[in-house]
Design a protein around this ligand. Structure first.
Ligand SMILES: [Zn+2]
Ligand SMILES: [Zn+2]
Length: 732
């Protein structure tokens, strides 16, 4: 009887063997249901073999082979094997975590057919001029379908509420849907040429970049370093056009869900009849499976997704683009701690296709690789709109000016001028809530979280103290819990307090706060963006959510409120992150024909970081940072792995790490083994957290060491601990 080796969602670095009855056909990559202990589990067949080490009386048969979804390709399984090995994560958990939730369940999935919508005869006969004006979405759908039949994804680009409106139109008998079979879709594809809205002429630099990438043979990694507003997206559009013409698929990775709807709309507008789908955690399980399968069978031509989509099956993959490649959200921070950018590079190499890493502020890792010739550097140094200029950046020394709860008089004056000119201002502060801590003026009591090493943040609107690390919250006390003093003071400023100060100063101004509290509702952020675009907002107060990739034409002033803590942080990447964030937020100002201005409030106006920012000198800044990293022996000149452990008992956490360290030292590999130290957040949600860092001069030496170390780690008692390796860690 043939034997299959199956990947299961079990925290063991092994596959599990099962027999298959002779009359059942089973292929590698297929999902199967197998008995495991007393339950049944779904797994993926990784290998078919003739013999096994398992004793004949102990090996069990496969219960069922699932034919509800096409088998995973050998290419994807190879990619997952690589990830499991590189990130030191069990193979079964790696494979299963890459699948949409529905494919991880032991129930067969029922795939929805892909529907195409078209007008009925009575729909064609409708005169849109007589159609009620208030039914905006229905009008848009009818107009779109009058041009051509569309699938749901294409119609969704018209409006978020398109589903209900389509039903209404179907009920009226004006619109009907037909199910497309995959063969139907591919034959349609073969005949059709896609429509390409080529409205923009490329600049010389953009054209050079497009040519370099499209002319590359096989694998090539390109770093597209373009200042904000230089038109990286236009380069992406032309690259996509090229790939689509040749029948290939494009995978575009973006750092966060919030950016996907607007990008989806944008690419739809440029490629109106191309099948574009998105993959991210904001989709329902059904939608995600549906989209995943469209990517798998090649029907989806452009796949736009967050980090998890790097594991999407793409049968015709011909190009990968990683936008904002420096963004730390490409790194998963638990479970399989992969970097989607790095996995994407491996994937492009495996497939023999080009990959483009785009950024205005590349990570120092990528920048160094481009300088040393491993990647190819492509630069966009001019803004795409000739009249758009880079913003002027100025520092305000907060020690020499009047401050109003964290906002300087200079900044308030500038905001007043913008309001008078009907232009928008943005105040950037990386702290949500009202104030970061509540203090007793009499005894010095501070609002510590009882579960964490952090402080509870004052949320004045709902009268609560809330820990942003563990979620613990209590009512704001009326008096000090220690001494009974009623005079408690919020110290420092968060977004809510800034909003309050601004409202007092500018009572008639329309102020919009954008942070995780105000955008908790899925639709809220979309509605806010529309308000901003319609110029219904005078002042925006926001966290880093606002820094990323949004284009606000009326915005001419950006105020940065408290960037100083990152300048002297113990995290060696803090300055790199701050520079990228400030460049990005500065790039929001003055994108259209209005010049922008950025005011940075700081105690250290002469700091090299602000100097580099004022002269828009990424190159100079990167060179000085890289020199520092080389001196100090940090990445990208060293390669790191972090063993993390956390648990309720301090002695257990430290004993585990010390034993792991002893085992590491005994291996005598050419790696640097640092000491066991507390994590930067040493206690979170009542768990003690500590870590052990390993460094090596090459990736290979590090990987060899990790493989040798693994058996010792597996043998250490760690039942009550959460522990795991983090390769190429970003958080310390
Ligand atoms: Zn007190
Ligand atoms: Zn807490």
């Amino acid at each position: 009887m043939p034997i299959v080796r199956v990947a299961l969602d079990i925290p063991l670095a092994t596959l599990f063997d099962y027999t298959v009855a002779d009359d059942i056909a089973v292929a590698i990559g297929q999902r199967v249901i197998v008995p495991f202990g007393r339950r049944q589990m779904v797994g993926v067949v990784m290998e078919c073999v003739a013999t096994t080490d398992v004793a004949p009386e102990r090996i069990k048969p496969v219960v069922q082979v699932l034919h509800d979804s096409a088998p995973l390709s050998a290419e994807l399984l190879d990619l997952l094997r690589f990830c499991s090995d590189y990130y030191r994560y069990p193979i079964g958990q790696t494979v299963l975590s890459a699948l949409p939730t529905r494919l991880r369940s032991d129930k067969p999935v029922i795939s929805k057919p892909i529907l195409s919508y078209r007008l009925t005869a009575s729909g064609v006969a409708l005169n849109l001029d007589d159609f009620p004006k208030r039914k905006v979405v229905q009008r848009r759908i009818l107009a779109k379908l009058a041009e051509q039949p569309c699938n749901l994804a294409q119609l969704k680009a018209l409006s978020a509420t398109v589903g209900g409106q389509l039903k209404a139109l179907e009920t009226e008998g004006w619109v009907e849907s037909v199910a497309l079979t995959p063969s139907h879709i591919s034959s349609v594809r073969g005949e059709q040429k896609h429509t390409f809205d080529n409205a923009h002429t490329l600049t010389g630099e953009q054209q050079l970049a497009v040519d370099a990438i499209t002319q590359a043979q096989g694998y090539g990694c390109f770093l597209l370093h373009g200042i904000t507003g230089s038109g990286k997206t236009e380069v992406y559009v032309h690259l996509m056009h090229h790939v689509l013409q040749h029948g290939g698929q494009v995978l575009l990775l973006v750092p966060e869900i919030n950016l996907t709807p607007q990008l989806e709309n944008y690419f739809h507008s440029r490629f109106p009849d191309v099948n574009l789908i998105s993959l991210h955690s904001g989709l329902s399980e059904g939608e995600r499976l549906h989209n995943w399968q469209q990517a798998q069978n090649g029907v989806a031509q452009i796949v736009l997704g967050t980090r998890l989509s790097v594991f999407a099956e793409l049968s015709k993959l011909a190009l990968i683009i990683v936008d904002e490649e420096h963004d730390s959200s490409f790194k998963q921070q638990d479970g399989l701690r992969y970097s989607a950018r790095d996995v994407a590079i491996f994937r492009a190499n495996q497939r023999g296709v080009a990959i483009v890493l785009g950024s205005a502020t590349p990570s120092l890792e990528s920048y160094h690789s481009a300088q040393s010739g491993r990647y190819r550097m492509l630069k966009l140094t001019g803004r795409a709109l000739a009249e758009a200029r880079l913003p002027t950046v100025r520092c305000v020394n907060i020690n020499h000016t009047v401050m109003h709860h964290g906002i300087s008089e200079n900044l308030l004056r500038e905001i007043g001028q913008r309001i008078a000119r009907n232009e928008q201002s943005l105040l950037f502060i990386n702290r949500r809530g009202y104030a970061p801590v509540l203090m007793c003026t009499s005894c010095g009591w501070l609002s510590d979280c009882k579960n964490c090493a952090g402080k509870m943040v004052v949320h004045l609107k709902d009268q609560r103290l809330r820990c942003h690390h563990c979620g613990y919250q209590i009512r704001v006390p009326h008096a000090c819990p220690d001494c009974g003093n009623a005079d408690l003071h919020p110290v420092g400023s968060g977004t809510q307090r800034v909003e309050e100060v601004l409202q007092e100063r500018f009572p008639d101004a329309r102020i919009l706060r954008v942070d995780r509290d105000s955008t908790r509702n899925k639709r809220a952020w979309q509605a806010m963006r529309e308000q901003i675009h319609a110029n219904e907002v005078d002042i925006l107060v926001g966290t880093q959510m606002l820094a990323k990739g949004h284009d606000f034409p009326a915005l001419t002033l950006v105020g940065v409120l408290n960037p100083d803590s990152a300048l002297y942080s113990s995290d060696f990447r803090a300055a790199e992150k701050l520079f990228a964030q400030l460049m990005q937020v500065a790039g929001r100002a003055g994108r259209a024909d209005k010049p922008g201005e950025v005011l940075i409030q700081t105690e250290f106006p002469d700091h090299p970081l602000f100097q580099a920012l004022q002269s828009h000198d990424f190159e100079g800044w990167a060179a000085s940072q890289l020199a520092e990293r080389q001196m100090a022996g940090f990445p990208p000149f060293m390669f790191q792995a972090m063993l993390r452990a956390e648990g309720m008992q301090e002695n257990e956490v430290y004993r585990y790490l010390h034993d792991a360290r002893t085992a590491a030292v005994a291996l005598q590999h050419p790696v640097e083994i640092l000491g066991v130290v507390p994590a930067s957040m040493p206690r979170r949600a009542n768990h003690i957290r500590a870590q052990l860092l390993i460094q090596a001069a090459s990736r290979k030496a590090l990987q060899q060491f990790l493989r040798a170390w693994q058996p010792a780690l597996d043998a250490l008692p760690a039942q009550k601990l959460r522990c795991g390796l983090d390769i190429d860690p970003l958080e310390f």
